[in-house]
Design a binder for this molecule. Sequence first.
Ligand SMILES: NC(=O)C1=CN([C@@H]2O[C@H](COP(=O)(O)OP(=O)(O)OC[C@H]3O[C@@H](n4cnc5c(N)ncnc54)[C@H](OP(=O)(O)O)[C@@H]3O)[C@@H](O)[C@H]2O)C=CC1
Ligand SMILES: O=C1CO[C@H](CO)[C@@H](O)[C@@H]1O
Length: 326
Amino acid sequence: MTIRWGLIGVGDIANKRVAAAIQNDPNSELVAVCRRSEAPLQEFADQFKVPLRFTDAESLIAAPEVNAVYIATPVDCHLPQTLAAARAEKHVLVEKPMALNPAQCEQMIAACDQANVQLGVAYYRRFYPVVLRIHELIESGQLGRILSVACVTGNPNRFPADDWRVIRARGGGGPLMDIGSHRLDVFRQLLGEVESVQASTVKSPDFEAEEMATVLLVFANGVHGVLQCYFGTVDAPDRLEVIGTDGRVTVEDLNQGDLVLATEAGRSLESHPPADNLHAPLIEDFSAALLQNGNPAISGRVGKTTNDWIQMAYDDSRRSVSRDGR
Ligand SMILES: NC(=O)C1=CN([C@@H]2O[C@H](COP(=O)(O)OP(=O)(O)OC[C@H]3O[C@@H](n4cnc5c(N)ncnc54)[C@H](OP(=O)(O)O)[C@@H]3O)[C@@H](O)[C@H]2O)C=CC1
Ligand SMILES: O=C1CO[C@H](CO)[C@@H](O)[C@@H]1O
């Protein structure tokens, strides 16, 4: 048996990675694609040789050939498209961030539970070998007692004011939702639950959402987490650092995968590059879970945690001194 995927939203990420990841997975087949604009839909479907093409998501979801949907549309579409898929008893793998807010995430989880279909969220950094190695260093005690984790990340794009990523009703926020979400999910994987989230955001002069967010998390185990994220900076960083009493790990570029481990024994460089197609392990995990009647590694409940923390951060930033009038 294979998982017969319908891909809703064939824009940037579907074109760059998702379609190829599905087509390269031995347990998967890409049988249907959907976007509203006819000409680019046909172009995409021709390029990837996909037989079924739809200009509305409901029709793709209803197609009997489809038994799982991958939702790669703007964030405001994730809730309605997940609910429609659950009604049709189709499994759902949805892009990040899972939804606009935690209440929407809850609706998605409840609908999929009720329909007895799986719900997964595309936080594929969980599969990065470098992240797994850091997890091992933390769990094995090699870094001693963990004190802090910090991440600085940016996207160099200067998004125009009408881009869905910088309109709150469409993307849910700015860089915190779009790129901060990935890093918060890594924090969750490495350090568990949080006790508190504080934040300050700075609204962009050019668009509705924030252009910068700084978040301070205190984890239940007392560890401090700091996340800074930006839109529109030159040479945008993607840096992660974990500091413990007996060691420090630094990754200059998460997508590249080199880490420097510093302990009393000295410094060593390790290389743990990710898969060529970053979405490949995600698709492999989800389709294998479906075939084995198991659960995907990144369930809806896991994905919602990040939305919870982001909501706490936005709520706090409204109270804090900030140039953002949210
Ligand atoms: N995991 C990762 O690394 C990445 C994840 N993402 C996530 O993937 C998702 C998509 O991002 P991206 O590809 O950059 O976005 P794009 O804007 O490039 O593409 C969005 C696609 O969705 C389609 N679409 C929009 N509304 C609908 C609708 N109502 N029904 C059907 N199709 C629709 C658009 O086509 P049309 O307008 O013709 O309908 C377009 O094909 C987002 O959630 C984003 O956060 C994005 C980049 C990387
Ligand atoms: O990782 C990513 C790369 O940048 C994109 C655009 O900001 C994000 O949406 C995505 O999550």
